[in-house]
Design a protein around this ligand. Structure first.
Ligand code: AHR
Length: 501
């Protein structure tokens, strides 16, 4: 198939917020315990954190991480995780029917994140608790000294406050499964008052209010309108969540779900604009897509298991094993985030280690990169700077979730500091190569500096410990000449091209 495309130096979408490549980790399953933290593991550091896992995390250049939940946060008492470890209580985690030992709490997690250069994005419990506990938590975390909570932190060996800037006001409060589930107005009021209190403690802090748990919730998108009408002026972001799957074994439809996500982002952008206009507000609210990933391989089976099990501690849960098909899907989804970087400022892959994650780690054993690690890493490393508009003229297809889906999915970024343009290209066609000609207007002197590709695998191929079959390799077959990129792009392939400009 022939595809002609174009970018133009002056046609920018937006400056990309680095936090488009943020992550999420929850106290659930083996994400924390025997994921990032495993005292006694041969790779454990003095604090009990696994160096092998930390190394894989470091390579992702993650700017920020959402913690400690997820559903877990809605019945979590943050004070259980501070002070001497031997005095910390073991509690029942109502969200995942597990036991929480509290051996990792805010200070341990902060040490880990800090060593990796990752900012924390902390969620407060607005399910079983409320403003008072959120305020105490923020005082413990962010106040310098001279008060009960700040001095308690200092007595725990943390002299300097963490100055956490990003605060999530609860989690999925529209979901009937959530402990402390609320109606939109009720939640919006609570979020508004909590945001006010947290801002008093940390001027300039950014507040993230819960949107719908996904775009199939019966209350979507009225939930967003109802919530924002109560708190618009006091928040900075509204969260979107979505998990994707291909249970019907229809690859093109699976890939088409990226277009559906575009509509989801568009719809919520419309709701934001509506409320802003209605309130005659001056401030902008952006989107924080703080949970996204593929989650379906073991989802049903997992759900059967954990709903009846007998409160195990750090059980294997949601340990999805990702395929090459998922690599391509994740690459397209990240492309969509780049294209919508005018509205989506923060996005968190959910989650980071073991639980629906790009990194897996065996207890007492090795850690490895799953197939989806690569598109996430490549986008995080090179998808920074400014997003450029891409016009693509080529064949399209219709599927259950969307019509007119372009086979060739392209995003482009221009990093003016590095002097590079990066093109992220996925050919979603199952059998046909794309014969691409792309005009690089305004970048007439561009030369191809690097080309990485993931291709040629069976869609169901997976990585495993010591067997990272799916990984980028140097690409060939594409060249830049006189301001035009041209060449063949194999079916079912993912390319990252770095042009020096
Ligand atoms: O990431 C797993 C779970 O998915 C989170 O706890 C919750 O917020 C979402 O429903």
């Amino acid at each position: 198939m022939r595809v002609s495309a174009a970018i133009h130096r002056a046609f920018e979408i937006s400056e990309i917020d680095d936090r488009l490549y943020a992550a999420f980790i929850e106290h659930m399953g083996r994400a924390i315990y025997s994921g990032i933290y495993e005292p006694g593991h041969p790779e454990a550091d003095a604090n009990g954190f696994r160096r092998d896992v930390a190394g894989l995390v470091r390579d992702l250049k993650i700017p920020a991480i959402r913690y400690p939940g997820g559903n877990f946060v809605s019945a979590y008492n943050w004070e259980d995780g501070i002070g001497p470890k031997e005095d910390r209580p073991t509690r029942l985690d109502l969200a995942w029917r597990s036991k929480e030992s509290n051996q990792v709490g805010i200070n341990e997690f902060a040490t880990w994140a800090n060593e990796l250069g990752i900012d924390m994005m902390l969620a407060v419990n607005l399910g079983s608790r409320g403003i008072s506990d959120a305020r105490n938590f923020a005082e413990y975390v962010n106040h310098p000294s001279g008060t009960y909570w700040s001095d308690l932190r200092r007595s725990h060996g943390v002299e300097q406050p963490y100055n956490v800037k990003m605060w999530c006001l609860g989690n999925e409060m529209d979901g009937p499964w959530q402990i402390g589930h609320k109606e939109a107005k009720e939640y919006g009021r609570l979020a508004d008052e909590t945001a006010k209190a947290l801002r008093q403690l940390t001027p300039g802090a950014e507040m993230i209010v819960c949107g719908s748990s996904n775009n199939e919730m019966p209350t979507y998108p009225d939930w967003e309108r109802g919530v924002l009408e109560e708190c618009y002026e006091n928040v900075d972001y509204i969260s979107l969540h979505n998990y994707y799957g291909n249970s019907s074994r229809d690859t093109l439809n699976f890939f088409g779900k990226v277009e559906e996500t575009g509509r989801y982002i568009q719809a919520i952008s419309g709701v934001i604009d509506f409320v802003k206009a209605k309130k005659r507000a001056k401030n902008d609210v952006h989107i924080c897509f703080d949970e996204w990933n593929v989650w379906y391989h073991d989802r049903e089976e997992d759900s059967r298991r954990w709903r009846t099990w007998d409160w195990p501690e750090a059980p294997a849960l949601l340990e999805e094993s990702y395929t090459f098909e998922d690599t391509l899907f994740v690459a397209c989804l990240l492309n969509e985030f780049i294209r919508r970087s005018d509205r989506v400022k923060i996005a968190c892959i959910a989650q980071l280690v073991n639980v629906i994650a790009p990194i897996r780690a065996e207890a007492g054993g090795p850690a490895w990169r799953q197939s989806i690690y690569w598109p996430y890493q490549l986008a995080s490393l090179y998808g920074r700077g400014r997003a450029l508009r891409v016009s693509v003229d080529g064949p399209t297809y219709d599927c259950k979730v969307a019509d007119d889906v372009a086979y060739l999915d392209v995003a482009a970024t221009h990093d003016t500091q590095a002097g590079t343009v990066t093109l992220f290209i996925v050919n979603r066609h199952l059998t046909e190569a794309a014969d691409l000609r792309m005009a690089l207007t305004g970048f007439e002197n561009a030369r191809l500096a690097e080309h990485q590709v993931i291709e040629g695998h069976d869609l169901m191929t997976r990585n495993g410990p010591g067997q990272e079959t799916i990984a980028p390799v140097p690409g060939k077959g594409l060249a830049v000449e006189d301001g035009t990129l041209g060449g063949a792009i194999a079916p079912l392939s993912y390319h990252v091209l770095r042009l020096r400009v």
